[in-house]
Design a protein around this ligand. Structure first.
Ligand SMILES: NC(=O)C1=CN([C@@H]2O[C@H](COP(=O)(O)OP(=O)(O)OC[C@H]3O[C@@H](n4cnc5c(N)ncnc54)[C@H](O)[C@@H]3O)[C@@H](O)[C@H]2O)C=CC1
Ligand SMILES: O=C(O)CCC(=O)C(=O)O
Length: 488
């Protein structure tokens, strides 16, 4: 109880003010490394709170859109500087709130700083093209205008980077924003919004409303005054959000799941492939949409790959992400832990061989957290549940193949198409992979996870709504094109 009295309450951010919800209800955000520790209380908001934020954003949009891109960029540079100064503190909150290691949390926060600076610079770049008209006396060109008010629905797995890679381009192109962060990581998100507040953004340009996804998230998708909705999260919820936005003619962008394959060819650098598979599959406890989950290994190198992989997996130190020797932290929540454990049971029941891990970690202090062992299955059939559904946990499925062509066919045998990688030195393998793999992010001799902020990011098939985030690609979602003809 004494812990709870010291715990801070975080408010919604509406029209430049920190305000409590109309409901006067809060919910606790807990530390997945120790379920008895409350990191903070966040608002359990209602539609009335959302309506206030939307009204503020709509008012603010009128003048925000009139500023030059360079002036808007100045605000983003200021927010970047403040976030950079607060990096350690915000990263620590992230680790305490959603479990990833402090090293990863610091890298992610720095990524947020860099994304802000990248989009601040975009404010000085071109927003249109001159196109020759069929009439000599006409000047024809394109220009871009903001959508208006943008709703951002973000997940818990990258609580700094994802809100920022959605908000920064929205803002630089003249939109105003309402962020609804995932409740599991809303304290971290509130600290990011504090950076925007300190940077002095005009009132109403940036807003944050916390609360249940079914109320605030769905409310954003359905709100008649929200002109664009950008979402990252699960496929089921993404489709609901997309449908609701489509019904009312709003623009939407969905980034959802993955079932990302790695192919290990017989000529691969096996140590590199092992390293990339472990890093891509198990870092952040496998809680990335780009995480490796299916590993196709050519039969000639299968045994050596498996042996080296297991030797390394056995060395993984599971523990509290704030401890420097920890390599893998807990699952984000008890329900995520139970999801992972239920997939392990399904894997076993459907006949896959569990060759490492698969259990909850309960030794000593780990018993208070949502820890699971890094897990490896073999003899996995492509039709088994663990080869088809996104697990979002540290679970690798090894599948032996007899050719690269077979690996490609199996790798593509999924509803998802986010990220994929191949380990090989053979140029014809590389070219076949680049041409044939059905994925938006294609890696050669590198892990499936990890994206660069200046490059387009998004998936094929059911992994996304086919738009791309980040880099200059973001302008496509966050603006509308106007084609202008001026006759002299
Ligand atoms: N693609 C990715 O990066 C992510 C994928 N996931 C997948 O989703 C699974 C479940 O995780 P959750 O956190 O429950 O994901 P989720 O899809 O429920 O949550 C993502 C965001 O959507 C909001 N939301 C929830 N219900 C909503 C609704 N009806 N309308 C609008 N917004 C809503 C949530 O509050 C959160 O902000 C994971 O096991 C994983 O497979 C989860 C997080 C990120
Ligand atoms: O791999 C990354 O760095 C990005 C992953 C991502 O966007 C996600 O998990 O939602």
């Amino acid at each position: 109880m004494s812990l709870q009295t010291e715990v801070k309450t975080y408010f919604n951010y509406i029209d430049g003010e920190w305000v409590s919800s109309e409901t006067n209800e809060v919910e606790a955000s807990i530390n997945p490394a120790n379920k008895n520790e409350i990191v903070g209380y966040i608002q359990r908001s209602s539609i009335e709170d959302l309506n206030k934020a939307v009204a503020a954003a709509k008012r603010a949009q009128k003048s925000w859109r009139k500023l030059s891109g360079l002036t808007r960029g100045e605000y983003l540079y200021k927010a970047a500087d403040i976030l950079e100064k607060r990096m350690e503190e915000i990263a620590e909150t992230m680790t305490k709130e959603m479990g990833k290691t402090f090293v990863e949390a610091k890298a992610e926060t720095l990524r947020g700083v860099n994304i802000l600076r990248y989009y601040a610079g975009e404010g000085a770049r071109k927003i249109g093209d001159v196109i020759p008209s069929s009439d000599n006396g006409t000047l024809m060109f394109t220009t871009r205008v903001p959508l208006g008010v943008v709703g951002v629905i973000s997940p818990w797995n990258f609580p700094v980077a994802i809100p920022i890679w959605k908000m920064a381009p929205a803002l630089i192109y003249g939109n105003t924003v309402i962020l609804k962060p995932a409740s599991e990581a809303a304290v971290t998100a509130a600290k990011v919004i504090e950076c925007f507040h300190e940077a002095g953004f005009p009132k109403g340009v940036v807003n944050m409303v916390c609360g249940p996804g079914s109320v605030i998230g769905q409310g954003i998708a359905e709100h008649p005054d929200i002109n664009g909705v950008t979402f990252t999260g699960s496929n089921n919820v993404g489709k609901q959000v997309g449908r609701a936005a489509y019904e009312r003619g709003a623009k939407y962008q969905l980034e959802m799941g993955g079932k990302n394959p790695v192919i290990v060819a017989k000529d691969a650098d096996i140590d590199l492939a092992v390293e990339g598979t472990i890093s891509g599959g198990l870092r952040s406890t496998g809680q990335k949409c780009t995480a490796t989950s299916r590993v196709f290994v050519e039969s000639e190198v299968y045994e050596i790959f498996k042996e080296k992989l297991l030797a390394k997996v056995k060395q993984i130190k599971v523990g509290n992400g704030m401890e420097s020797e920890t390599w893998m932290g807990p699952c984000v929540s008890e329900s995520q832990l139970n999801t992972v454990l239920s997939y392990v049971e399904k894997g076993k029941a459907e006949g896959a061989d569990l060759i490492y891990g698969g259990k909850r970690c309960v030794e000593g202090e780990l018993a208070n957290g949502f820890y699971v062992e890094p897990t490896v299955f073999e003899n996995v059939d492509i039709n088994m549940t663990i080869a088809r559904e996104e697990i979002f946990g540290p679970v690798l499925a090894l599948i032996k193949v007899h050719s690269i062509q077979e690996a490609l066919e199996l790798a593509n045998d999924t509803e998802y198409g986010l990220s994929a990688s191949i380990y090989t030195k053979d140029i014809s393998n590389i070219l076949s992979f680049i041409n044939e793999i059905e994925a938006g992010l294609v890696k050669v001799n590198a892990e499936t996870a990890g994206v660069e902020l200046q490059a387009p990011f998004g998936g094929m098939k059911q992994s996304s709504s086919h738009s791309r985030e980040q880099g200059q690609a973001a302008i496509e979602f966050f603006t509308s094109i106007k084609t202008v003809s001026i006759k002299a």
